[in-house]
Design a protein around this ligand. Structure first.
Ligand code: 48F
Length: 260
């Protein structure tokens, strides 16, 4: 047998092994932006089987664009502990209380931190729906499709991943929450959408409002702003990091107290 056939065989075997193993998870994080990657590290560190699904073939979501394509992001003092947890270098800026990070390092090390903690990240997968159960209404996993199939417009039935918790970390569009609003009136999810910029307030509010939205479904990052009608903050990332850690803590608490 040729090396070519061996390569094919190894890739199919190992990818299939992962998909079988991950068809039932503790937590599915939808979106590998700053909040989703932060959440994934703290969840996986607690020993939870954590899967991050990302539509694109790259990590980091909005980090890569920095501030208007400039390769820097801002973090204030509240975020320094998390930067240290991920071993991300930062430097004080000319403005007291504000620190600067390189976007490439923020992206790479948030992803590396989540992976090293034991989370699995699968890129190129889009979450297009959720699994629901009634009485009481709850979310019990996600419906997934190759992003390439979605982009192609082909009609291909998706597959499912069951999980005890789903975290919407899809950013400004709050895509998972919008599925609930659109298809499941029983969920009572309403998305007012985010408000205009008020960075100082938004970067605190987004953390304050982070947590469970309905049973089985949690929001972190800018999805929190969309579902609670909060202001936007622009390329200051303290709120994204703190929101990611807070949602992980909420999921861990809920799963620990759930009847076995
Ligand atoms: O947008 P994104 O970075 O979300 P976030 O963690 O952070 C927001 C900041 O980047 C910035 C900001 C605050 O400073 O305003 O914008 O809230 O990352 C969201 C990720 O989710 C992916 C998307 O490709 C991106 O990488 N995503 C979105 N919808 C889906 C998805 C989906 N349906 N399935 C899979 N991935």
């Amino acid at each position: 047998m040729s090396l070519e056939s061996h390569i094919t065989r190894v890739i199919w075997e190992e990818a299939s092994r992962d998909w079988v193993e991950l068809s039932s998870c503790d937590v599915v994080v939808v979106g590998a932006g700053p909040s989703g990657l932060t959440a994934a590290k703290y969840l996986a560190e607690k020993g939870l089987k954590t899967l991050v699904l990302e539509r694109r073939l790259s990590f980091g979501g909005g980090i890569g664009g920095g501030g208007m394509l400039l390769h820097k992001a801002v973090v204030d003092e509240r975020g320094l502990g998390i930067l240290m947890d991920f071993n991300i270098r930062y430097k004080p800026s000319s403005i007291r209380g504000l620190y600067v990070v390189d976007t490439a390092e923020l992206t790479a090390k948030l992803a590396a931190g989540a992976l090293d903690a034991g989370a699995k990240i699968i890129p190129g997968i889009s979450v297009e729906d959720v699994i629901v159960r009634y009485n009481p209404f709850r979310v019990q996993g996600v419906v997934v499709e190759w992003s390439a199939v979605q982009f192609s417009g082909l009609h291909v039935d998706p597959l499912f991943i069951e999980s005890k918790a789903v975290i919407d970390a899809t950013g400004h569009d709050a895509e998972v929450l919008r599925i609930l609003e659109k298809k499941n009136p029983e969920s009572k999810v309403k998305i007012p959408g985010e408000k205009s910029a008020y960075s100082e307030k938004a970067d605190v509010d987004v953390v304050e409002y982070t947590g469970r939205v309905i049973p089985g479904l949690y929001a972190t990052g800018m999805a929190v702003a969309a579902v609670h009608g909060l202001n936007r903050m622009g390329p200051i990332f303290t709120g994204m990091l703190l929101s990611g850690r807070k949602v992980a803590e909420a999921v861990i608490r809920d799963l620990e107290s759930a009847p076995k």
